[in-house]
Structures are given as C-alpha cells and as structure tokens.
Design a protein around this ligand. Sequence first.
Ligand SMILES: NC(=O)c1ccc[n+]([C@@H]2O[C@H](COP(=O)([O-])OP(=O)(O)OC[C@H]3O[C@@H](n4cnc5c(N)ncnc54)[C@H](O)[C@@H]3O)[C@@H](O)[C@H]2O)c1
Length: 417
Amino acid sequence: MTSKYQIKNIDLSPQGDNAIYLAESRMPTLSKIKRRFEKEKPLKGVTIGACLHVTKETGVLAQTLKAGGAKFVLCGSNPLSTQDDVAAALVKEGFNVYAWRNNDSEYYNCINSVLDHKPDILIDDGADLIVIAHKEKSTLLEKIIGGQEETTTGVNRLRVMYEKKALNIPVIAVNDAFLKTMFDNRYGTGQGVVSAISALNILFAGKNVVVAGYGPCSWGMATRARGLGANVIVTEVNPMKALEAVMDGYRVLPMEKAVLEADMVFTSTGCKDVVVGKHFEKMKDGAILANLGHFNIEISVKDLEKMSSKKKRVREYVDEYTFSDGKRLYLLGEGRLANLVILGGHPSEIMDLSFSVQALTAEFLVTNRGKLENKVYTVPDEIDKEIAKVKLETMNIQIDSLTEDQEAYIKSFEIGT
Ligand SMILES: NC(=O)c1ccc[n+]([C@@H]2O[C@H](COP(=O)([O-])OP(=O)(O)OC[C@H]3O[C@@H](n4cnc5c(N)ncnc54)[C@H](O)[C@@H]3O)[C@@H](O)[C@H]2O)c1
C-alpha cells in the first residue's frame, strides 16, 4: 500500500504556501485557466500523475489541475530540484507528493509511488515517468489517456521510443510548443542561470564564458552572459547551429580549444561527456563548470572525482576540486541543472506560459480520449495562440488584426508582381 506522501518536513508548509501564493500572482494566464477550470471541471474524474521539478510554479499548476476536477499526484523530476517547503504546502492541501531534495537513492521509488495511483494522464519532465510506466507497470498503459512531456531531452527519448516501436501511449510534446521552447528554454534558462551565478556573487563582465550547444537554452545563456559583458564562445556539433552562433556574433571553437580560455563553462546540449577529463586538464585555475541540460551527464563528475586530489564544498552546491598541481575547478549543483538546484528554476512569468500549455494540453487529451494514436504529437497551434493572446491581454498589450481584405489576400495566389 503506497503511503499518501513522502516528503522532507510537513512543518515547512507555511513557507511553501507563501511561495506558491507569490508565484501565482505572477502567473495571470494560468490563473485565468484555473478560474475557467473551476467552473467547467474539464478534468473531472481524471487522475494525473506528474514527474516535474517540485517548485512553487508547479504548485500553481497542481492547484489549477485540481480546480479542473483532477486528482493530482506528484514526484520530483530531479533529485536536487525539489523545494521542500512547496512539497509540504501541497501535502497540506491534500495532494499526494513523493519528493524531497536529495532523494537520489529513492528517486525511482518516488516515480513508482506516483504510478501506484494508476494515473490516466502522465505529465513528465525528462521521460523517466513514462519510461518506467512502460518498463515496470505496463499493465497501466491501457488505461492511460496520454502523456505530456515538458523538456527537450524527454521529447528526444520519447521520439526514439516511437521509432523503436516501444511507445504504447499517445504523447504530446509540450516542450515543442512555441510558447514553451522559445520562452521557457530561451529566456527562462538564460535568466535563471545568470541569477544563480549572480547569487554566488560571481562577476560576468570581462569573463570568457563558454556555452556548449546553441539550442534555445544555450541561446538564452549566451545572450544573457553577453549582456552582462562576458566574452562568449560557443561550441557546437551541428553546422547550421554553429553558423547561427557565428552570425549572432559569437566566436565558435571546438571544446578542446575553448576550454583553454574559459573562466566559466555552461553545458546545455542534452548530450553526454561534453566536458571531460581531457578538457579539465587544459582548464585555467579557478574556472567554473555548470550544467543546464536535463541530466547530469554533460560534465563528467566521474572524471573530476578521479583526477582531483581534494574535493571541498566551499558553499552550498559549489564544490571545489583541487588537482595535484594546485589548480582548482569549481562545479556548481553537482553537475545537475544549475538554475534549478541553486535558484529554484525559471521566473514565474515564464512558467505561466509553460504550465498554461500543460494545463490546456491535459484538457486536450481528455477531450480527445481514445482518438489519438501511440505516437508523439505536437501541441495544437490553437493552444499556443490562445495562451499568447491571454498573456498579451494580461500585459495590457494590443496588437493589430488582419482586415477581411488582407485575410483574403494571404490566402490567394492570383496577385503577384
Ligand atoms: N535548465 C533548464 O531549466 C532547462 C530548461 C529547458 C530545457 N533544458 C534541457 O536543456 C538541454 C538543451 O535544451 P534545448 O532545448 O536547448 O535543446 P536543443 O536540442 O534544441 O539544443 C541542443 C544543442 O546542442 C548541440 N549539441 C549536441 N551535442 C553536442 C555536443 N556534444 N557538443 C556541442 N553541442 C552539442 C545540438 O546540436 C543542439 O544545437 C536539454 O537537455 C533540455 O531538456 C533545461
């Protein structure tokens, strides 16, 4: 029998309540969806199992889905990203939560506890929940209406599952919605990481900052670092993305050359072994390493442990590795998503968009129950457009609309030069 919850300390709930309350005040789009859900109850009778970063914004999503009539059950999508006060506040509100910061050894048990509630919808961030449901609880799959995936790495994993004919539920790639990738990954990650580094009182101006990859997350990181006066170097494996970085005005180098100059290295590729022993050997004394990608595989912590002669935690989530020649390298957040570990994630205004997409996607799955195939779908355009419209309204920003004549023109081919 699964326990109702497993968290660090229920007494932290008042602090968590305040955090969720403040987050909601900056999430007007999701709040509007919540008010409609309260009236219409589109998710009535549906159990939603979620594996997400347990942050204050996730708290607002939980309340929204509950307002829609769903039972919401939650575990953390990373052992180091759970905000224990938020987990406590959600349990006080009656949610089943299985998450606490540093639950490394019990991470998969927490996922299994969520699946024990026999969810109808799986909301995932990184695809661990959906993969475990397939591997260990496959009898559940028949009942599942569909899954929703929050991040690039998760969507990549699920697409591979589909290609290998191993995906047995429909999944919506929430990550790929315009309002998710182009805002959350792009603006959220950049600002989140810069704030996390700034919270450590580390200067960007004049520093050589290496950004691995030039996808939306790295784009955000590179842009923000440059804005603070850093000299940014990009590394890539995709010639088109490398060219984009060049035309955006960055130097592009292979990692082996880039590390020679690096004061800070940020990885955000979704790939493994991006910075490893041969790079650590060449790095300068005092250089900082941080990963923004979903899994802790981009910077080889194993090589750092093996090659260094001393490791010291110099402040929370900052580890100093000293090599035999006296050189020191600093690893942030144990190589896990630095912005989530150190700062607590993206700004609420950004998660307002991502989690509005999640809420409307859950409604879409229920409305289309039984009609979807077992493959990875993109989010319907109307969902993206509706959320953008509401967000603009909450920001008091008006835009133009097409006249009938213009509308007819763009749908015609007859008129040319
Ligand atoms: N930290 C956060 O809060 C946060 C937010 C959103 C997404 N993510 C995660 O960040 C990662 C990146 O997301 P994205 O949307 O930018 O992904 P993306 O796939 O669009 O971009 C990744 C880029 O890295 C490049 N790349 C791949 N392997 C490389 C290597 N070995 N060296 C150099 N470049 C390489 C790819 O060519 C690609 O251009 C993913 O793991 C994603 O899940 C983190």
